[in-house]
Design a protein around this ligand. Structure first.
Ligand code: IPE
Ligand code: IPE
Ligand code: MG
Length: 246
């Protein structure tokens, strides 16, 4: 039976979102792509607030991929400035709401100004514990896996671990997401049904949810809809339905 109301005791622990469609939202409204990114920030604010209200402990947002470096220089610049602006303007809210800022990706590839702000806010919020807000910046899942392989290979070479001990828990501990649980629900906006190099390892058993809504139009009620959809699925993890429902 399809439940119509959100069960607050059965929410996903970790929600990840591919925030897509800013450019198309802008085009649809006769605006420049940049305005789409600008409006996308409002959705970020609304969704963070709502996730917090719902007591979702882990929210991960894909904000900039390694492949996004191939966009026009001007657009990259605008996105970087928006990031700094967002971190500065939200800082007090993060403190007040007990949110820890975390980032994943190749942070050293970002402009110094962004790196400094990310470091400052991460440091100042590092003991906050109501929610971990992870922003994926210059992130690529294949790059992450490449990094993991290199780190583990080096440890094997230095005899700090032996090959026999390399297992999934060692791999987990070397991922950028080492402090996060697996993703339960992955949402992508804008109608595209692809992963675009986001969290490939961590979504092995995530429920995938695709909506046609462009990111700047994605709000509280759309998050509720995604969560409700999630709650009406049966996660079997390879078992039979009978085993799950004992
Ligand atoms: C998502 O919106 C934001 C980033 C990838 C940074 P897009 O900019 O990809 O918007 P579309 O896909 O062109 O509509
Ligand atoms: C994925 O969106 C990256 C982010 C949302 C940050 P893209 O718009 O870059 O993905 P593709 O190019 O459509 O696959
Ligand atoms: Mg896009």
């Amino acid at each position: 039976m399809m439940n119509k109301n959100l069960d607050r005791n059965k929410l996903p622990k970790h929600v990840a979102i591919i925030m897509d469609g800013n450019g198309r939202w802008a085009a649809k409204n006769g605006l420049q792509r940049i305005s789409g990114h600008d409006s996308g920030v409002k959705s970020v604010q609304e969704i963070v607030e709502e996730a917090l209200d719902l007591n979702i402990p882990y929210l991960t947002l894909y904000a900039f991929s390694t492949d996004n470096w191939n966009r026009p220089q001007h657009e990259i610049g605008v996105l970087m400035n928006l990031l700094v602006k967002y971190l500065k303007s939200e800082f007090n809210k993060l403190i007040k709401n007990n949110i820890r800022l975390n980032t994943i990706g190749n942070i050293s590839a970002l402009p110094k100004l962004v790196q400094d702000e990310v470091k400052r806010v991460s440091e100042k919020t590092k003991n906050n514990e109501k929610m971990v807000l992870t922003i994926a910046l210059s992130y690529g899942a294949r790059e992450e896996i490449e990094d993991v392989v290199k780190k583990i290979a080096l440890e094997v070479k230095n005899n700090t671990i032996s090959i026999e001990n390399v297992d999934q828990s060692i791999i987990n501990r070397h991922l950028y997401t080492r402090n996060l649980p697996d993703v339960d629900l992955l949402i992508r906006t804008s109608g595209e049904q692809r992963l675009s190099n986001f969290l490939l390892w961590q979504i092995a058993y995530a429920e995938l949810y695709f909506t046609k809504i462009y990111w700047p139009d994605f709000g509280k009620k759309d998050l509720h809809e995604a969560l409700l959809n999630y709650q009406n699925r049966e996660r079997r993890f390879g078992k039979t339905s009978e085993q799950i429902n004992v």
